[in-house]
Design a protein around this ligand. Structure first.
Ligand SMILES: *Cc1c(COP(=O)(O)O)cnc(C)c1O
Length: 220
């Protein structure tokens, strides 16, 4: 299957209310344009420099999603260019986003990344830290929280379902609370190997890389 066929087959199995993000890290502009030509407008990148290079060359109606760990000293480069930052993973990063976006009179829309498996190797907030973040966001003028992003630990379907379900509960709890500047609109969970389960458990934003573009080769 080529890129366009893969996109069509994914779209055929997902509900319309779910947003499909094509994760284009390591991919060429030609590959991205192939996906773009099927109608995809949401693309995900995880490195600031790679993102900026692509941003400058590719169509301006692309909605770029920043899905990688965001270093504080790089926030200044993405202001006004990113549709949604999926990876708010610390209070210090929140403060830097607030500072850089307010200087340029822009508003950042962000998702809180949750480390639901409490994995040492992963970034993200622990579930018990989330209230502290949304409380801090209440004092921000230039940051709005729009939901949650998660990368779950590797495992079988039952294990995936359990983690997705835990995240959905946190999402629902936050939605029922009334924090200023926080709205639970997007639940960004599910990748190539597990997006079907993620959608069953309430995801409305999936991030697919290899399932669209084929296997990633990092050392080219
Ligand atoms: C690479 C990446 C994806 C896509 O993973 P695939 O397995 O290629 O679908 C999704 N989310 C994040 C945060 C990623 O870094």
């Amino acid at each position: 299957m080529d890129i366009q066929e893969k996109i069509n087959s994914i779209k055929n199995t997902m509900p319309d209310k779910v947003t499909l993000i094509a994760v284009s890290k390591t991919r060429t502009e030609d590959e991205i344009i192939e996906a773009y030509d099927t109608g995809i407008r949401d693309f995900g990148e995880n490195k600031v420099q790679e993102f900026i290079e692509k941003y400058d060359k590719l169509p301006k109606d692309i909605r770029w999603h920043f899905i990688g760990h965001l270093q504080r000293n790089k926030v200044k480069y993405i202001v006004g260019k990113v549709h949604l930052i999926h990876s708010l993973d610390s209070i210090r990063l929140l403060q830097e986003i607030e500072k850089q976006y307010s200087e340029k009179q822009q508003v950042a829309e962000v998702l809180i990344e949750i480390n639901i498996g409490r994995e040492k190797s992963k970034t993200g907030m622990l579930p018990e830290e989330v209230d502290e973040v949304v409380s801090a966001v209440e004092h921000c003028n230039s940051v709005k929280v729009k939901g949650i992003m998660v990368i779950i630990p590797k495992g079988d379907t039952d294990s995936c379902r359990l983690y997705f379900n835990k995240v959905k509960k946190i999402f629902d709890e936050l939605r029922d609370k009334d924090f200023k500047n926080t709205e639970m609109k997007y639940l960004s969970m599910g990748m190539t190997s597990d997006y079907n389960v993620a959608i069953e458990e309430g995801s409305n934003m999936i991030r697919i890389g290899e399932g669209i573009f084929g296997k990633r080769i990092y050392n080219k």
